[in-house]
Design a protein around this ligand. Structure first.
Ligand code: ATP
Ligand code: MG
Length: 254
């Protein structure tokens, strides 16, 4: 069983000629087959955690460790992280002009699997996954995220997730901006991947509505750059009713 282990992670970012510490000691363990939800106020550092795990150059790890199956993730290049089985769906997916969805997916799959998927089975695999996500087949020929609506971008992220079959998937606000039907379709996609029992999922979200479709095993409250509390699915309901005030109060060190 693959395990992502984050230990006492501290991360800074350079902004306006000053160094600002955003993550202040994150501890989290995600095992294959488990689903974790991270909830927390705006600006608490949730996306920073996702970017840091992705290896984004803007974020400097000042201390702490991240391992996947005991391998040092922080030493890996972005490509190596993907090959090791880490998948990240960003809150704001980027456009890739000149690269079609179909080429992008095949290149990604080749990188992750270590060999190019056979063309005939691959085309079928992509078509089936797109049909399940109710994506129009014409999307395959469009440039990645160019002119995609918010919801279409999120579906494209889940399409990648289904095709790449990672060990650990980090989904940053995959539910934001989705209409009710899209939310269900995207959730079903995540659940299909989850049901394999082979992926650990870290779901960053603001809304408990997605957690009605995707039942988390653990819910974590993220506040002031670290996990302030962890619990089961019931913690999400408590947060929905009571908000984050209890966690933010007195903890603000900025
Ligand atoms: N590249 C950057 N340059 C400057 N400041 C940054 C950068 N990245 C993050 N920050 C700051 O770090 C803090 C945490 O941001 P982050 O995006 O991680 O929050 P978040 O918890 O994902 O919030 P939200 O719920 O709004 O998505 C914010 O104050 C943000 O302005
Ligand atoms: Mg964010």
């Amino acid at each position: 069983m693959a395990t992502l282990e984050i230990r006492d992670l501290h991360v800074t970012v350079e902004a306006d000629n000053a160094t600002k510490e955003i993550l202040k000691g994150v501890d989290l363990t995600v095992k294959q087959g488990e689903t974790h939800a991270i909830m927390g106020p705006n600006g608490s550092g949730k996306s920073t955690l996702a970017y840091s795990l992705a290896g984004h150059p803007k974020y400097t790890i000042t201390s702490g460790t991240v391992t996947l199956d005991g391998e040092d993730v922080l030493e890996m290049s972005v490509d190596e992280r993907a090959r090791a089985g880490l998948f990240l769906a960003m809150q704001y997916p980027v456009e890739i002009p000149g690269v079609s969805v179909s080429n992008f997916l095949r290149t990604s799959a080749t990188a992750v699997r270590g060999e190019a998927p056979k063309l005939r089975t691959w085309v079928k695999e992509v078509k089936e996954a797109m049909a399940e996500l109710q994506m129009d087949p014409s999307f395959a020929e469009r440039n990645v995220n160019e002119g995609f609506s918010g919801g279409e971008k999120k579906r494209h992220e889940i399409l990648q997730l289904e095709l790449l079959k990672p060990k650990v998937a980090i989904l940053d606000e995959t539910d934001s901006g989705l209409d009710v039907d899209a939310l269900r379709i995207v959730s079903e996609g995540v659940n299909r991947v989850r049901e394999s029992g082979e992926v650990g999922t870290l779901l960053i979200t603001h809304y408990t509505r997605i957690l009605r479709y995707i039942k988390p095993d653990f819910v974590h409250v993220f506040a002031n750059g670290r996990i302030a509390e962890s619990g089961g699915a019931e913690l999400a309901d408590k947060l929905e009713n009571e908000g984050y005030e209890a966690y933010v109060k007195g903890g603000a060190s900025e």
